[in-house]
Design a protein around this ligand. Sequence first.
Ligand SMILES: [Zn+2]
Length: 329
Amino acid sequence: MNPPWLGAETAKLKAAFAAGRFPHALLIHEAPGAGGDWLAGWIARMVLCSQARTQGSGESATSPCEHCRSCQRAAQGQHPDLMRVQPLESSTQIRIEQVRELSQELSLTAHQGGYKVGIVSPADTMNRFSANALLKTLEEPTKATVLILVATQPSRLPATILSRCQRVRVRAPERAEAVAWLEATRGPGDWDRVLGVLGVAPMLAVAADPAAVTEIASEVRRGLEEAAAGQGDPVATAERWARSELPLRLSCVENWLTDRIRGRLGAGSFFTEVRAGAHPRGHADGLDWRQLFELLDTVRDLRSSFDAPINRGLALESLLRSLDARRLN
Ligand SMILES: [Zn+2]
């Protein structure tokens, strides 16, 4: 089932393709896990599909049929005229050699006599050398080529690249719409809770095991509440968390802290407290505003430093200890 929240975008792209005014280069700016890669794959199948081009007229003529050999090979990543570039396993960046190879391929005639498609994702992992190399292809596009960049943070790309791509925005769906799609695609499950843990990122959720995600979420919540009550063993908990599913656990910690901050906003005490510059104690969890926001910053730093050689266990242990307000106050 196609993600319904992308319906408006696919309709616009189909119309542009049918009218023969499809852009050479697209930048799909996606909310995390909202379906940028799905849309890139759909576009590739649309322009490569061998049925669509020979069917009658009208809008449906340019939808990928999903059954022909071209569509199937494209879906399996085995179409000779479709190239995907992503960071190599050992790297967090797309390298210049990869981009040069893509440019070279795109400059050749299509194997199947139709279009050639290149997908760069996540495009915001290109370093400045790779981006520069890509610029040449964008400036002098070969006929019948489509280059698709997918990025959650396009601002990381040079303006010279951005200005040469037509932008397509992929927003996260409403939570209820995402839950309905997950149920239709994967079957019943506690998808609402899964999205609560992962954020409204249906394309991440669809690849997850809902039971495992909710179990980890419960375990993390228990660990945090014990730590806040000055109970439990922060060393053992930190070691266990650092060993497995750390990104997911950190999302849970971030959600837990955000819930606490939102809870106070709901109680209407935020402005009073901020204006007074006070850090009153005596809340159920004992932490004041400043401490909650500091903890949130710590968690976000930890999330963004997965590649850095930091001692995760120690950082987590310190985070758990600082939840125990009595140590601080
Ligand atoms: Zn097809």
